[in-house]
Design a protein around this ligand. Sequence first.
Ligand code: UDP
Ligand code: MG
Length: 202
Amino acid sequence: MDETGTARMISFVIPLLNEQDSLQPLYEAITRAVVLLPPCYQAYESLFIDDGSTDRSPAILRDLHDCDPCHVRVIQFRRNFGKTPAMTAGFARARGEVVVTMDADLQDDPAELPKLLAKLDEGYDLVGAWRTNRNDPLSKRLPSKIANFTISRVTGLKLRDLNCGFKVYRREVTRDLKLYGELHRFVPVLAHWKGYRTTEVP
Ligand code: UDP
Ligand code: MG
């Protein structure tokens, strides 16, 4: 329960493009993770935004929805618009007071959620995860290290892993941000500029 004693709903917002192999495992990981959350968080929904996949992702999502219609919602794009529009569509439809963004490629482990939620309870509005052992090649890690360093320097916001998709937000933040282009990468910076309290946990 929150300070007023009411339960809070979590909306998982999951943009995806051609992730047919990870959707079922991801769905199962979320289902396992929510059971272990504090009682105030037992209500949840997973919003999968299919960003124009050409593989079996749309069919798999339909099956997940048919099997678990209370928890699985699917937004289907007609073509690939990009991760930012997919996240924006999810943010607009999320019903939970707490919004969790995750990538669909199993890089983010929903079992880490309690740590991020604990930070919200400390009063933060946006909590990101930074990846301690990143399963990416150096060709992805190096540019991302340089970007994190530069952005931290320019904005004064000390963050280690801007591009990690795993974040929890108070809903106000997701409704307040106007995202376009590739701005999903800069969500913590935009939120910080708007005066929201932003932090990161490993
Ligand atoms: N994604 C998407 N639309 C795109 C590209 C990617 O919805 O046009 C999804 C992708 O399926 C994944 C997330 O966005 O769930 C992050 O994508 P990716 O793993 O390629 O990014 P990275 O981990 O390199 O930041
Ligand atoms: Mg990824």
